[in-house]
Design a binder for this molecule. Structure first.
Ligand SMILES: *[C@@H]1O[C@H](CO)[C@@H](O)[C@H](O)[C@H]1NC(C)=O
Ligand SMILES: *[C@@H]1O[C@H](CO)[C@@H](O)[C@H](O)[C@H]1NC(C)=O
Ligand SMILES: *[C@@H]1O[C@H](CO)[C@@H](O)[C@H](O)[C@H]1NC(C)=O
Length: 310
C-alpha cells in the first residue's frame, strides 16, 4: 500500500517538473528569448519587446532589455526581439489602401473601384464591359463578393449600341405608337430606323455605321486600312492611320459618317469587302438593301409628297 502511495507521489512530482519545464520552454518563451550574458558568459532569458516596438538593446545580467517604438512607416505585429521594425507594405497595381499601416499592423489593400481581384491574373483587373448587343445582368463587385460583371444578350425588342460595364439594353422605338414608318427593323445593336424624310437609303445607313464597327469587331490592322480608304469630301487621301488605336479609329469613322455624302456611304460595303472583311461587307450591304426595300415599300408616297413640298 505504502509503495503505491509513494508511486503516486512520484508521478505527481514528475508531472510538476514536466509542467514547469513546459511553461519555461513553451508559453514563457513566447515572451522571452535567450541570450548569452556578455558579462558572465552564461545563457540568460530576456523579455521580448511588445508589438509596435523593436529591440534597441538586449538585456544582460545587470540591466533590462530596451525597446523602442517603430518609426513611422514600419510595424511589428508580434512580441519580438528584432533590431528594426518591418517596413509597411505598398498596395499593388489597381489597388487602394483599405486600412493604413499602424505601428502594430501592416496596411491592408483592396481593389480600386471598378476593379476586382482575379485569381487567374493574381491581381486586380477591371470589371469587364458587356459588348454592344448585351446588357449588364449583374454589376461587378469590389470587396466582399469580388466578382466580375455578368452580361446577357439584349432581349427581343431591345438593343445596346455601346460596350459598357453598367448600362442596360434600351427598348426599340415603338413605330405604331408615334405613327412612324419603319425604315429598318431594330436589332440587338441598333435601334429601329424610322420616318421617311430621306430618299437615299445610305442616309439612313449613316446612323448605324458607328455602332456597326463597334459591334462587328475587326482586326485592328484591317480597320486601319478601311479607315485609311474612306473617301473624303474633297477627294484628298485620308490622314495616316497606322498608329491609331480602336477608339481613335472609331472617332475617325464617326466624323467621316457625319460629313460623308450618300454616294460615299454607298461605297462603304465595297471598301470593307476590298479590305478582306467579306462577312462585314455583306452585313452592311444587306442592311442597306433592307432599308432600300422598306423605303420603296412604305415611303414612296411620303417621299413624293416631300419632293412636291420642297
Ligand atoms: C438593368 O436591369 C435590371 C433588371 O433587368 C435592373 O435591376 C437594373 O436596375 C437596371 N439597371 C439600369 C442601370 O437601368
Ligand atoms: C407600341 O404602341 C402600341 C400603341 O400604343 C402598343 O399597343 C404596343 O403594345 C406597343 N408595342 C411595344 C413593343 O411596346
Ligand atoms: C488611344 O489613343 C489616345 C491618344 O493617343 C489615348 O488618349 C487613348 O487613351 C487611347 N485609347 C485606348 C483605349 O487605348
Amino acid at each position: 500500500f505504502s509503495s503505491h502511495v509513494q508511486h503516486v507521489k512520484l508521478s505527481l512530482c514528475v508531472l510538476i517538473i514536466l509542467l514547469s519545464s513546459w511553461l519555461a520552454n513553451g508559453v514563457a518563451s513566447q515572451l522571452t528569448y535567450e541570450v548569452t550574458d556578455p558579462i558572465t558568459g552564461k545563457p540568460l532569458q530576456c523579455d521580448r519587446c511588445p508589438p509596435g516596438t523593436f529591440l534597441r538593446a538586449s538585456c544582460s545580467s545587470i540591466k533590462e532589455r530596451e525597446c523602442a517604438p517603430c518609426p513611422q512607416g514600419s510595424f511589428t505585429e508580434l512580441w519580438n526581439y528584432i533590431g528594426r521594425c518591418l517596413r509597411c507594405g505598398v498596395c499593388g497595381r489597381n489597388q487602394v489602401v483599405k486600412k493604413e499601416c499602424t505601428a502594430i499592423s501592416d496596411c491592408q489593400c483592396e481593389c480600386k473601384p471598378g476593379y476586382f481581384y482575379s485569381q487567374d491574373y493574381d491581381m486586380c483587373v477591371r470589371h469587364s464591359e458587356c459588348p454592344s448587343g448585351q446588357e449588364v445582368l449583374t454589376k461587378g463587385t469590389v470587396t466582399s463578393e469580388n466578382t466580375d460583371t455578368v452580361c446577357s444578350v439584349c432581349s427581343e425588342g431591345s438593343f445596346s449600341d455601346i460596350s459598357s460595364a453598367h448600362q442596360n439594353c434600351t427598348q426599340h422605338k415603338n413605330c405604331s405608337d408615334a405613327g412612324l414608318q419603319l425604315v429598318l427593323r431594330g436589332s440587338s445593336w441598333h435601334d429601329i430606323l424610322t420616318t421617311c424624310f430621306l430618299s437615299d437609303g445610305a442616309e439612313y445607313l449613316k446612323e448605324i455605321i458607328p455602332p456597326f464597327f463597334i459591334h462587328h469587331k475587326m482586326n485592328i490592322k484591317r480597320l486601319r486600312r478601311i479607315v485609311h480608304r474612306l473617301p473624303s469630301e474633297d477627294g484628298r487621301k485620308a490622314r495616316e492611320t497606322r498608329e491609331l488605336n480602336f477608339s481613335e479609329l472609331h472617332s475617325r469613322i464617326c466624323s467621316w459618317v457625319s460629313s460623308a455624302t450618300a454616294a460615299q456611304i454607298q461605297q462603304l460595303p465595297d471598301i470593307v469587302n476590298k479590305m478582306g472583311a467579306t462577312g462585314a461587307s455583306e452585313k452592311l450591304q444587306s442592311k442597306l438593301n433592307s432599308i432600300q426595300t422598306h423605303l420603296t415599300e412604305h415611303c414612296q408616297s411620303e417621299i413624293l409628297s416631300n419632293a412636291i413640298l420642297s
